[in-house]
Design a protein around this ligand. Structure first.
Ligand code: DQA
Length: 184
């Protein structure tokens, strides 16, 4: 039976690059080498109430729905050579679980933690476990709004933050990831 394992040779450029993103299955020790590149995934996380985009305070958050944002992120990421794993949850623990799992599954994380931005040490601690780029996004400019939105726990673990540019902020975050990982 063919068992995948870690490639030993320096290999062609494509394989050298893809080895950085090999899956756990490829790190088994027995059998011949079968280098199968794992697609580079950007985990895009959305916190509470963002499932209501489009109907929720459109004067602040716009008319775009979360599905619109997801489609735009997918297309934009594909043009940069990435896949998007796009998720939303109204539950802090679920978001924390997804962030923890990103340690082995994502090349970068883009996060709009929504209201948890301003309250969640748990999300900060989970993000602090990551060794990949973390880009914080907010549709609105949180610094022009109520004082309780001015502080962000997420910022303490973020590589960078983009606020106030609506859905375009997500696309700029993907550009930032491509720039950080690929020097583009
Ligand atoms: C938000 C800003 C947060 O203060 C708010 O709680 C949200 C959305 C934004 O994208 O502008 O839910 O993260």
């Amino acid at each position: 039976m063919l068992r995948p394992s870690v490639a030993q040779d320096s290999g062609p450029a494509l394989h050298r690059e893809s080895r950085r993103y090999m899956s756990v299955a490829q790190r088994q020790t027995e059998g011949p080498t079968i280098p199968v590149p794992t697609p580079r995934v950007i985990l895009v996380l959305n916190g509470p109430n963002l499932n209501m985009l489009g109907v929720r305070q459109p004067e602040i958050y716009g008319r775009e729905t979360l599905a619109d944002l997801e489609a735009a992120c997918r297309a934009h990421a594909a043009s940069r050579g990435f896949e998007v794993d796009f998720r939303q949850s109204n539950h802090e623990g679920e978001l924390i679980g997804w962030i923890q799992a990103a340690r082995s599954s994502a090349a970068a994380v883009v996060i709009n933690a929504a209201a948890y931005t301003h309250t969640s040490v748990g999300i900060l601690d989970a993000l602090s476990l990551l060794e990949v780029p973390v880009i914080e996004v907010h549709l609105s400019n949180i610094h022009r709004r109520e004082a309780f939105r001015h502080h962000s726990y997420v910022s303490l673990a973020a590589t960078g933050s983009i606020v106030g540019l609506g859905g375009r902020g997500y696309l700029l975050a993907i550009d930032a990831v491509a720039g950080l990982l690929d020097g583009k």
